[in-house]
Design a binder for this molecule. Sequence first.
Ligand code: COA
Length: 162
Amino acid sequence: MKTGIYAGSFDPITLGHIDIIERASKMVDLLLICVMYNPNKKSPLFEIEQRLDLIRQSLTHVNNIKIEKHSGLLVEYAKKTQATINVRGLRTLTDFEYEMQMAQINKTLYDEMETIFLISNPKYSFISSSGVRELVIFNGKIDNFVPKIVLEAIHQITRKKR
Ligand code: COA
């Protein structure tokens, strides 16, 4: 069985992530969506459990996925789950430089795991979770950035703050 991982902070999951997940899920038997703790990212919009929930609700149409969380190294999670493919989305050249370094570090730590890159669909290549978070702070329109269920969850937060 071929198991892949698509990891990220997913705060929140965006249409760009969904596109990568839909495509990657066709390439493996099981795709693990792993919400990871990124120590560089402070002031989350959603707590980890809410992110898991929003991912679950946004991806009911994809069958061969499992949604989990992990805090620690990605390679430890890969070893634990026997995943051998690490899926990453590439939006820009800047992504590539950063991702190449990460892929090489991960390969050094765990030779059995291969990182594969999916080029993001151009209609989503400008989207990032921090872009969404910033738009939320300044009441910008995010309808074209996130799934409906995330949009509703964000509206709930902003209504509570008013
Ligand atoms: N569509 C839309 N947005 C995308 C995207 C796509 N296809 N691909 C990436 N992004 C966004 C992400 O949402 C993220 O946005 P943000 O910075 O605004 O939150 C940004 O691009 C960067 O993505 P990514 O590099 O995946 O960051 P991340 O925080 O989501 O995930 C981890 C990074 C958690 C996977 C990575 O840090 C990790 O593996 N950590 C574990 C520790 C470890 O093993 N480190 C390796 C050895 S040093």
